[in-house]
Write a protein that binds this ligand. Structure first.
Ligand code: PBG
Length: 325
């Protein structure tokens, strides 16, 4: 008699499915992005990202603590300055919102890992991620400013800095600046593979960082390119990155899988604002089960090879994983 292999045997009960499950999410997988604004007691909801708000330092500390208590090990900070100018000069200020938030978090919650986004787009009046000279983004002049910004974050107490600007050579420039000033133990989580994506739309509302002219396709990657992702990641490894990141996540699972296979550094993936907003919007209309869609997308990102996921769902997903609701 011919023996038929029946995959359904191992799907029969919940206990069996749990036993053979290949990918298991835990709160320790998540990094929670937060937006910090000047002031006290400030909470500004972001319309395109229901459940996400820009917070002043005092409220941000509470939000980070709530996530930490659920097992989330890390936050990623984005800042909105008091004033923007041509060169984004507030980005490196020791009194800037991010630098203040880092100090407050490290005081209130010393074990929490604090990661800072290093970029200029939230601080420049033109909204680009670098310095503009004659209508072009000046790569090498920008590197010096980025290194200063990263240094100011390290001085405030950041554990890792995360450059997201996509200038060539920025990981090396930041590594050198940190090492020169005695911050050789501050790590670099590099946005190594960052595509010029429509899915950043809601974030630009949250961070008020949409470019005033042109777009970011001259520095962020073309969504059509996969081999280029390997080149970008190789450069960042050579320049001293400690963790690589792919961004966005769900539309780029092939890229996550290929980097996971090619590199032995830890790999992060960023489930970006648009990915979050799509699930939220469909759920609000009653078209998707929010919890199921959230967990399925996060599981898929981990299954593809991400060791950690930056996600606005971090707190909600962690709560679900620890408390079941
Ligand atoms: C800054 C930056 C962006 C994001 C992270 N860092 C926006 C952009 O590049 O336009 C996007 C994050 C998200 O969409 O959630 N350069």
């Amino acid at each position: 008699m011919e023996v038929l292999y029946r995959p359904r045997r191992l799907r029969r009960t919940a206990a069996l499915r749990r036993l053979v499950r290949e990918t298991v999410l835990t709160p320790a997988d998540f990094i929670y992005p937060l937006f910090v604004v000047p002031g006290k007691g400030v909470r500004q909801e972001v319309a395109a990202m229901p459940g996400v708000a820009r917070l002043s330092v005092d409220l941000l500390v509470e939000e980070a603590r709530a996530a930490w208590d659920l097992g989330v090990p890390a936050v990623l900070l984005f800042g909105l300055p008091e004033r923007k100018d041509d060169t984004g000069s507030e980005a490196a200020s020791p009194r800037g919102p991010v630098q203040q938030a880092v100090r407050a978090l490290k005081k209130a919650q010393p074990d929490l890992l604090v990661i800072t986004d290093v970029c200029l787009c939230g601080y420049t009046s033109h909204g680009h991620c670098g310095l503009v000279r004659q209508g072009e983004i000046d790569n090498d002049a920008t590197l010096e400013v980025l290194a200063e910004v990263a240094l100011s974050h390290a001085q405030a107490g950041a554990d890792l800095v995360a450059p997201s600007d996509m200038m060539d050579g920025r990981v090396g420039a930041i590594r050198e600046a940190l090492d020169e000033r005695g911050f050789e133990m501050v790590g670099i989580l590099s946005y190594a593979v960052k595509y010029a994506s429509a899915f950043y739309g809601p974030f630009r509302e949250a961070a008020e960082s949409a470019p005033r002219f042109g777009d970011r396709r001259g520095y962020q990657m073309d969504p059509a390119n996969a081999k280029e992702a390997l080149r970008e990641a190789t450069l960042d490894v050579e320049e001293g990155a400690d963790i690589l990141m792919v961004k966005p996540a769900l539309p780029y699972l092939d890229i996550i899988a290929s980097l996971a296979g090619e590199f032995d550094l830890p790999l992060a993936a960023y489930q970006v604002s648009g990915e979050y907003a799509m699930i939220k919007a469909a759920a609000l209309k009653g078209w998707l089960d929010e919890t199921a869609a959230m967990l399925e997308s996060l599981t898929a990102i981990k299954r593809a090879g991400a060791d950690m996921i930056l996600t606005y769902f971090a707190k909600d997903a962690a709560r679900l994983l620890v408390r079941g609701k």
